[in-house]
Design a protein around this ligand. Sequence first.
Ligand code: HEC
Length: 155
Amino acid sequence: MRKLASVAACAAVLVSGMAIAQPAANQKQADTAVQFRQALLQLVRSNVGAIGAMNKGQIPFDTAQMEKNGLRLEQLSLMMADYFTLDTREFDTDTEALDKIWEKGADFQSKIDALTSAGQGLQSAAKSGDESQYKAAIGDVFKSCKGCHDIYKAD
Ligand code: HEC
């Protein structure tokens, strides 16, 4: 029973993700948390420029590039819950993150999961070599950004 209970507890933490939000202890910690999560999102951004240009037909589709960006987006998405765990609401920081992130942790996690799936989908499409899949796969990546920003990021 003990073992089962701890397995269940582990699964609960994994599934709930953001539910483990923790208040920042002081201003300095809150400022640093904002810097780190914004840095993570800048890395996310650095992995969509090329695929955005491919989608618009400005540069040719490049499956190696798509696969690399897809893998990185997947990996970066898996860091997001961690970098948003620190709840910075009580401090005056230079952030566009909305308070709802820490009020609706499970939903925020579902938006992170959408980016994970889109990153995986981009890799699958690139590996398939089937050009008819590329635009939809790239589109899903941008939809996942907007899906989260519309609700959880200030304009
Ligand atoms: C699960 C939610 C979520 C997803 C998915 C998401 N973002 Fe964001 N993004 C945010 C939040 C929240 C902020 C505001 C962070 C802050 O200012 O503290 C942000 C900020 C940013 C910033 C500004 C960072 C800075 O330096 O201030 C960029 C650029 C960005 N996102 C790009 C993207 C791109 C591109 C995608 C999709 C590939 C994406 N984001 C997906 C939630 C998300």
